[in-house]
Design a binder for this molecule. Structure first.
Ligand code: GTP
Ligand code: MG
Length: 201
């Protein structure tokens, strides 16, 4: 994938603030601090497009980015971080669900998992929620550079088992080493090119 342009469009909390839904869109979801913002930066070859932080809870708004004037990337705030104030945690669900439930150009949700962590209830809930709404989930296991290739393989199996998923369906990624960069872009591009479900014959 050749990245010609990347542009920050807007930050939003509610649908009336969302930009026009006229490009194929991909949202990035996952636990706080899992590496969502880093993954977006890595995909678009930019170090500082999206703010990243070692303090979980950095991304608190829904941020829209346009890539090559052809795709929209959406960085979602992370879930499951207890140090985010309770009032904000309570507003997380309606904010994210308000986005996911009603975005007709959304082609897939990239669900990001940490290679070192066995996913739990929150990940399972998110995946079930996406399935109920017929939304495509792409499972990406990031921070792969933190483990050796052998350890990666073992962990992928553990993560797949926890999610009742097929290990072959999970993309192994690292924002640091760029492992998995081509594979993830290929997946995104092919979903962007496929006609939306409701227009299929
Ligand atoms: P919130 O916005 O707080 O939900 O976090 P986030 O999911 O956007 O995570 P972010 O990209 O801010 O990264 C969190 C921390 O993990 C930062 O210190 C990153 O440098 C680090 N990190 C992210 N991806 C990788 C990776 O692939 N490898 C390594 N080694 N570190 C990573
Ligand atoms: Mg972030």
């Amino acid at each position: 994938m050749l990245i010609k342009s990347v542009e920050f469009i807007t930050s939003a909390v509610r649908p009336s603030q969302f930009p026009a839904a006229d490009l194929p869109e991909f949202a990035f979801a996952g636990r706080s601090n899992v590496g969502k913002s880093s993954l977006i930066n890595s995909l678009v070859n930019r170090k500082k497009l999206v703010k990243i932080s070692s303090t979980p809870g950095k991304t608190r708004l829904i941020n829209f980015f346009c890539v090559n004037d052809a795709l929209m990337f959406v960085d979602l705030p992370g879930y499951g971080y207890s140090r985010v104030p309770e009032s904000e945690r309570r507003s997380w669900r309606p904010m994210i669900e308000g986005y996911l439930a009603d975005r007709e150009n959304l082609r897939a949700v990239i669900v990001i998992l940490d290679v070192r962590r066995t996913p739990g209830g929150e990940e399972i809930q998110l995946l079930e929620w996406l399935e109920q709404r017929d939304l495509t989930a792409i499972l990406v296991v990031t921070k792969a550079d933190k483990l050796s290739k052998t350890a990666q393989k073992k962990q992928i199996q553990i993560i797949a088992d926890a999610l009742a998923a097929n290990p072959e369906d999970m993309l192994v990624f690292s924002s640091k080493s760029r492992q998995g960069w081509d594979a993830l872009w290929n997946t995104i591009v092919s979903l962007a090119q496929a006609p939306p479900e409701d227009e299929r014959a």
